[in-house]
Ligand binder design. Structure first.
Ligand SMILES: *[C@@H]1O[C@H](CO)[C@@H](O)[C@H](O)[C@H]1NC(C)=O
Ligand SMILES: *[C@@H]1O[C@H](CO)[C@@H](O)[C@H](O)[C@H]1NC(C)=O
Ligand SMILES: *[C@@H]1O[C@H](CO)[C@@H](O)[C@H](O)[C@H]1NC(C)=O
Length: 290
């Protein structure tokens, strides 16, 4: 009885002092006020902990996982707190960036000036989500989800911001005989999800696969890394130039193709070597028909 009167008095003094010191910094006085209140309620907290330790809040770690984000693509760090119960009014869930111990969110409110961060929480939900728009490399690191119990409960989420890399096999230059097939292979590495699309450009114009040129096709293989093959049949000198692979989620990469203005020896002299080439051309055409 005596103790709680003293602690409430201390809390009130604290709030008055903080309000005076911070003079208008609303969020700070509110923050200290609420943690002070928890301190004042500590006898109740201890009792409820003793009643059954299971009744207190706890983190659902399987729903609060580390995150790998794509550079520039909005990402979400989730913190699922079970059993926060109807103490939501006094217990707050906050997100803190460890790099600089920066308080980002409290409850459903965003406290940072960095407009890229936002607190997301739906009423009755157990999820307290930190939205990060346009994630940058410097955003990588540890984020703490904290529940304002006494003492605090913390769960740490590691954010890794990665940038997919684009590679074209054989770049920067490819020399090819006139009449043969240009086969360019573009690989997108380190992409947690495949790019939504991949454009190919020839000398800055987007390659159209139904153009009058004909014989141009693209095969895309999606998997751990995404690969796009650009095939241009029966290369002509006008097919020379700069080819660029433009994935939706990574930097473009280019290769310069030089179509040598002479037919390969096999074509000029005919003979045995001609057959396999014709055969493979026919095969390619059949593949194209599919
Ligand atoms: C998160 O990442 C850190 C650092 O890589 C690792 O130590 C920790 O075990 C990871 N946590 C989970 C839940 O995977
Ligand atoms: C809210 O918490 C109080 C105290 O622990 C408890 O008595 C009450 O039943 C709870 N109400 C609801 C709706 O859970
Ligand atoms: C194109 O080149 C890649 C890599 O060398 C190869 O795997 C693929 O089979 C080739 N495609 C054709 C149609 O020649």
């Amino acid at each position: 009885m005596k103790m709680s009167t003293i602690s409430v008095a201390t809390w009130l003094l604290g709030v008055v002092a903080l309000t005076t010191i911070n003079n208008g910094v609303h969020c700070q006085s509110m923050l200290h006020g609420s943690s002070g209140k928890n301190g004042g309620d500590s006898s109740y907290q201890q009792n409820s902990l003793e009643d059954s330790s299971r009744s207190g809040p706890y983190f659902d770690k399987s729903a609060s996982k580390n995150v790998t984000a794509l550079l520039g693509k909005t990402t979400y760090l989730n913190c699922r707190v079970k059993n926060l119960g109807n103490k939501t009014m006094t217990l707050q869930v906050s997100w803190i960036r460890h790099r600089d111990i920066h308080l980002l969110t409290i409850g459903q409110y965003t406290y940072t000036n960095d407009q890229r961060f936002r607190a997301i929480h739906k009423a009755q939900s157990e999820d307290w989500t930190l939205q990060i728009k346009y994630p940058q490399h410097r955003d990588s690191g540890i984020y703490e989800c904290q529940v304002s119990t006494t003492p605090h409960m913390s769960h740490f989420v590691h954010l890794n911001v990665i940038e997919p890399k684009t590679e074209i096999l054989g770049s920067p230059d490819l020399y090819i005989d006139r009449g043969s097939t240009i086969n360019l292979t573009c690989i997108i590495l380190q992409s947690p999800e495949p790019p939504a699309y991949i454009f190919w450009n020839h000398n800055n114009a987007i390659i159209s696969y139904d153009s009058t040129r004909g014989g141009v096709s693209v095969v895309t293989e999606k998997g751990e890394s995404t690969t796009s093959f650009l095939l241009v049949q029966e290369a002509k000198p006008s097919d020379s130039g700069r080819y660029t692979c433009n994935p939706s989620n990574a930097q473009p990469k280019s290769i310069t193709v030089h179509v040598l203005n002479e037919y390969p020896a096999a074509m000029q002299h005919g003979g045995q070597a001609k057959q396999p080439r014709l055969y493979s051309l026919l095969l390619c055409l059949c593949l194209l028909l599919y």
